[in-house]
Write a protein that binds this ligand. Structure first.
Ligand code: ATP
Ligand code: MG
Length: 450
């Protein structure tokens, strides 16, 4: 059974049972009050008649006395010990004749339900000394008629009240079930589209339902964040592994083609493959760490003499991509930085210079205001002023037509920015459309040495 119908059924049944119990209670309380009232009245009337009866008994004949005190719509009777009775009635004779009577030694008031009559009797002493019962009876048909009217009214009220009860239980069912339905719909939508979606929370919704919605939304946010981290990890990892893999592949090809005769070449290849393999391992570890819980970059600074370092970087790069790179400037300069990350940063810049230019790529080592810098310069397509502001955004690529055949994803420069922040260097880009691009890595004074 649907939860909505179950709620509907249970609340409706509960309400109706309550209503019936309530109306029964009302009816029985009212009945008891009415009938007790009738009995009280009959008793009071009997006592009044008894007092006056005593005074006149003996002076007036019994028959006339009884006639004088017969109640309206009732009867009065004297019952003797031997079971005989004298009755005077102002109501239906037949009804009175049918009534069984008996001499009783004590006061008694009762209601004869079948005949709708209240009877009250009390013992009395006749002038002859004989003990008899004086009994008064009254027709209480009117009270029974009122009780019947009440019964009908309560019955109709119960019937009429079931309509709003049905409607309100349906409403209660809807109130509870609507958020559950919208939760299910959102979940289905997420399943079908594969896109995360939040529930719309109504400000005046009940606290429990709001809490349920907020918990769901919180869960979706967590899932979304995790999904985002995962995607980021995959994108970053595949971007960053591309260059080392290309370098390893190119050296392996070289060794396959040229064999092992050239000892210098073998040494260079093994060295490059080994260093790129280590870099790849460190890179994946670093990216995993970042993806896991936004941990800081693991920076390990050391002294780097730029000239040999840049020669090694550019040699591997030249081998991998068959592009010439010239290194100019201050050969003896050293800096304090993280070698692996600096290499990663340079590879990103060299990769762009390679992709977006045809001619030679130049690296300049320089110094200005006691700050060492490395510039990667190409004479390629350049970037317009408007685009320069956005190229550091994740996934931003200048012109879709331009990137044809270059299979990039717009990640390089955004990663370069992150890395430069991690190793505390400034990254600035200067470019002119059709002329070329210069990207400068600027070390601060503390990192620059003579
Ligand atoms: P990926 O680096 O992920 O392979 P990508 O090179 O397109 O892809 P980014 O390195 O972030 O991404 O560069 C963003 C955009 O900036 C590039 O698409 C390109 O249009 C432009 N760009 C970057 N470097 C240069 C450059 N040296 N010359 C001309 N345009 C460049
Ligand atoms: Mg790039």
């Amino acid at each position: 059974m649907k939860i909505k119908n179950r709620i509907h059924l249970y609340t409706a049944v509960l309400f109706i049972v309550l209503l019936i119990v309530m109306n029964f209670t009302i009816y029985f309380i009212f009945q008891s009050i009415t009938l007790e009232g009738e009995k009280e009245q009959a008793k009071e009337e009997l006592n009044r008649v008894l007092t006056e009866f005593h005074q006149s008994l003996g002076t007036l004949p019994q028959g006339s006395l009884l006639r004088a005190y017969v109640p309206v719509d009732g009867f009065i009777r004297i019952i003797h010990e031997n079971g005989e009775a004298t009755t005077t009635t102002s109501m239906d004779n037949e009804k009175v004749d049918k009534l069984a009577f008996q001499f009783g030694a004590s006061d008694k008031t009762e209601i004869i339900k079948n005949d709708h009559i209240v009877i009250s009797s009390t013992p009395m002493i006749l002038p002859s000394g004989e003990v008899a019962n004086l009994q008064i009876g009254k027709d209480i048909e009117a009270s029974y008629r009122n009780l019947n009217i009440l019964k009908t009214v309560l019955f109709i009220v119960t019937l009429v009240a079931t309509i709003p009860v049905f409607l309100s239980s349906r409403f209660v069912g809807n109130v509870i079930i609507t958020p559950i339905l919208s939760l299910t719909a959102t979940m289905k939508e997420i399943r079908n589209s594969g896109q995360f979606k939040q529930l719309e929370l109504h400000r005046n919704a009940d606290i429990e339902l709001r809490e349920m919605g907020e918990t769901f939304n919180h869960m979706i946010t967590l899932l979304e964040e995790n999904d985002e981290k995962q995607k980021q990890f995959i994108a970053n990892a595949s971007h960053e592994l591309k260059t080392p893999l290309t370098i390893i592949e190119s050296y392996a090809n070289l060794l396959k083609r040229r064999g092992y005769q050239d000892k210098d070449l073998v040494d260079e290849s093994v060295e490059a493959i080994h260093s790129e393999a280590i870099r790849m391992r460190e890179l994946t570890e670093q990216l995993l760490l970042l993806a896991k819980n936004n941990e800081e970059w693991n920076v390990q600074k050391q002294e780097i003499t730029l000239s040999p370092f840049l020669s090694e970087v550019s040699r591997s790069f030249e081998r991998a991509y068959q592009r010439h790179i010239t290194i100019n400037g201050l050969k003896e300069t050293t800096v304090t930085s993280d070698e692996q990350k600096l290499k990663q940063l340079l590879f990103i810049l060299l990769d762009n210079a390679r992709k977006y230019s045809e001619n030679e790529i130049e690296i300049i080592i320089g110094k200005a205001n006691e700050q060492t810098f490395i510039e990667v310069i190409d004479t390629g397509v350049g970037i317009s002023k408007a685009d320069q502001a956005r190229v550091f955004d994740r996934f931003y690529q200048v012109d879709p037509a331009r990137k044809r055949g270059k299979n990039g994803s717009g990640l390089g420069l955004s990663l370069a920015k992150e890395i430069s922040e991690a190793i505390d260097v400034q990254l600035t880009l200067q470019s002119e459309l059709g002329i070329g691009t210069k990207v400068k890595i600027l070390f601060d004074k503390g990192q620059s040495q003579e």
